[in-house]
Design a protein around this ligand. Structure first.
Ligand SMILES: *[C@@H]1O[C@H](CO)[C@@H](O)[C@H](O)[C@H]1NC(C)=O
Ligand SMILES: *[C@@H]1O[C@H](CO)[C@@H](O)[C@H](O)[C@H]1NC(C)=O
Ligand SMILES: *[C@@H]1O[C@H](CO)[C@@H](O)[C@H](O)[C@H]1NC(C)=O
Length: 344
């Protein structure tokens, strides 16, 4: 465990937690199932996720005024939501995945034979305040007439699923909740939109694992180049993300050498191949592209923007060797950790 301590407070709590789970189940040989389980564990906390997902400085005016969801013990000091711990709470889980049509079977650990259920009962507890319990009735009302959009890889998809499952618990007529195109969830599906017709809102998912655009292969490229990622251009479906009330991004797990190598995927900037560019430099460039896009295209008075990076669970890396991300640290330090009840 010592090798992960340099990650401070909240992030290290997540990591420790994830690693604890990992070591318990190392004997299990079904790695896929385990990583699926880890994903779902993280996504179960989606609503809490709203409070701790990193908000970057790149998104202006995300300063938060109301605090109805948070009660601080010490009103002089604002509560640092990142400073806390995972605690067991017997009042969890908040939904039963087997009863939710939008929970992917492959992420339903209990249905896949897992016997213990303690992993469903973790709740994030900031040290100096309480985050009030998820109240489905209140949240459904707050979302009335709104549009919530998740963008990213499967982490975003499973968060999207969890959010829908949480919300469906408060809807008696389950048939009033449906995917707008009648599509089923699959790994590569580009768009899914679930409408809560009684409340006139949708919760949508766009698959965009890099957030930036997949490009063509320039002529005369080396044979190993089979696809490119255009680091200076946002995904071509990004215009669809603009007109939303809550916009939740994630990217991270696909920015790893093994995955890129497998796809024969190289980076492109300004139309030029950058064969020697490191993955971390590329990730930073892409995130800056994303941040400029948010600044230029998003009306942050209307749309609340969240960004979630990766937490090192899907890749079996030794964390001591994983690079620090100066970009991330710089911006994470400016995070405003208060919570605006307007987001929901
Ligand atoms: C979840 O739902 C399934 C199917 O209805 C049921 O068999 C199972 O007992 C439920 N699990 C819990 C923990 O309630
Ligand atoms: C549903 O919400 C939209 C905004 O997303 C609004 O324009 C429309 O009037 C609402 N419809 C009803 C029936 O409330
Ligand atoms: C958007 O990019 C995808 C590849 O990521 C491509 O298949 C699609 O045709 C593009 N769509 C438009 C409208 O350019």
């Amino acid at each position: 465990m010592a090798h992960i301590v340099y990650w401070s407070s909240f992030r290290s709590s997540i990591l420790k937690w994830v690693y604890r789970k990992r070591s318990i189940f190392r004997s299990f040989n079904k790695l896929n199932m385990i990583s699926s389980c880890l994903f779902i564990l993280l996504t179960l906390t989606i609503i809490y996720g709203y409070y701790y997902i990193h908000l970057f400085k790149a998104v202006p005016h995300v300063i938060i005024e109301e605090q109805t969801s948070i009660s601080s013990k010490d009103s002089n000091k604002p509560c640092d939501l990142y400073d806390g711990a995972w605690v067991l709470d017997e009042g969890y889980p908040l939904y039963n995945a087997s009863e939710c049509p939008f929970a992917e079977t492959s992420f339903n650990c209990l249905a896949n034979g897992r016997k213990d259920d303690g992993y469903l009962k973790w709740r994030w507890k900031p040290n100096r305040c309480e985050v009030s319990r998820f109240d489905v009735g209140v949240v459904l009302e707050k979302l009335r007439g709104k549009r919530v959009v998740f963008v990213g890889d499967s982490l975003s998809r499973t968060q999207w699923e969890s959010m829908i499952c949480l919300l469906m618990n408060g809807v008696d007529d389950k048939t009033s909740v449906y995917e707008v195109n009648g599509n089923k969830i699959s790994k590569k599906i580009r768009y899914l939109g679930v409408r809560f017709s009684l409340y006139n809102f949708t919760v949508e998912f766009y698959r965009s694992v890099f957030l930036v655009q997949i490009g063509s292969v320039p002529r005369h490229s080396p044979k190993r180049v089979r696809s490119t990622v255009k680091l200076d251009e946002l995904d071509n479906v990004s215009s669809k993300w603009i007109d939303s009330d809550v916009l939740v991004f994630n990217t991270g797990h696909w920015w790893n050498r093994a995955k890129l190598f497998e796809m024969g995927c190289y980076f492109k900037v300004n139309g030029r191949l950058k064969l020697g560019m490191s993955t971390m430099a590329a990730y930073t460039t892409a995130l800056n592209t994303w941040a400029s896009w948010v600044e230029n295209k998003i009306d942050t008075d209307r749309t609340r923007v969240f960004f979630r990076t990766f937490e090192g669970t899907a890749q079996r890396v030794t964390l001591a060797k994983s690079p620090r991300i100066p970009w991330f640290k710089a911006r994470a330090n400016t995070v405003n950790t208060e919570v605006n009840s307007r987001i929901l």
